[in-house]
Design a protein around this ligand. Structure first.
Ligand code: FE2
Length: 256
């Protein structure tokens, strides 16, 4: 079983690039199941039902989110129209959407969980370790993958070691910069951060001049996604069909 995880899609241009490239990636890597984090898909912050549909139509099985999940207010009212999308379990509002998605893929049941890290993440209402332990009590699946949307590498590495026996993969998202620490921990695939699918000439997907104006020149700008072609970042997780344990994780980075 080959599972593709694509990192944070940034802006409509990131969505376009993913939609254009995903077929080639899926067939090239013999992908059976695809997870995409889309928390920055709508103009750099949040997601809309339209962009959700675009990514599902392109071939995603499940869409995960993060601290900007509800940045576009319209998603609060259209989340129910996005049945294959999950939002962090430890973030308010709790009454919108779900945080665990389970889908059959061939003979396997795959569960995907979305959680926020607590360190340097103001939106987290509770410790992701505690929340994950509670969620796992009710999950019946062959393969369980967590998208841990978090800032601190230390928190993500600790989480992976703590849950290595219970999970098939812990994939870090949020920083938009792909780390080179992919590894297998006791049959659990792990990477601190999978990186982004967004404008390559940018600061984490954001317009370079706009960030410099705001940060150095102290000009009160508004968030502006960068233009130009996107980098595609992700990873491929290979799961043993007999044991349901991860045997390999490979970084994917396609620069424009
Ligand atoms: Fe984020």
């Amino acid at each position: 079983m080959n599972i593709l995880f694509l990192g944070d899609v940034v802006s409509e241009s990131g969505c376009e690039s993913v939609s254009r490239k995903i077929h080639e990636i899926r067939s090239g890597y013999h992908v059976d199941f695809t997870i995409i984090n889309a928390e920055n898909a709508a103009h750099g912050k949040g997601v809309t039902a339209k962009l959700y549909n675009q990514l599902i139509d392109a071939g995603a099985d499940v869409i995960t989110l993060g601290n900007h999940a509800f940045a576009k207010r319209e998603i609060l009212y259209s989340f129910q129209d996005c049945p294959c999308m999950i939002r962090p379990a430890n973030m308010e509002p709790f009454d919108v959407g779900q945080s665990v998605f389970i889908k059959e893929c061939g003979t396997k049941k795959i569960a995907v969980i979305n959680l926020l890290g607590q360190i340097f993440m103001s939106r987290a209402t509770d410790d992701p370790v505690h929340v994950c332990e509670e969620l796992l009590k009710d999950i019946d699946a062959d393969i369980i993958i967590v998208d841990l949307h978090a800032e601190a590498t230390s928190e993500k590495i600790m989480f992976a070691h703590y849950f290595a026996d219970a999970l098939t993969a812990v994939i870090g998202t949020h920083t938009h910069v792909q780390t080179a620490d992919e590894r297998i921990i006791n049959g659990c695939a792990f990477i601190s951060d999978v990186g982004m699918c967004g404008p390559y000439d940018s600061i984490l997907g954001r317009d370079i001049e706009e960030v410099i104006d705001r940060s150095i020149n102290r000009i009160n700008t508004t968030y502006l996604p960068a233009n130009g072609p996107s980098v595609i970042c992700g990873c491929l997780i290979t799961v043993d069909d007999e044991t349901n344990r991860a045997v390999e994780i490979e970084r994917i980075q396609i620069r424009p």
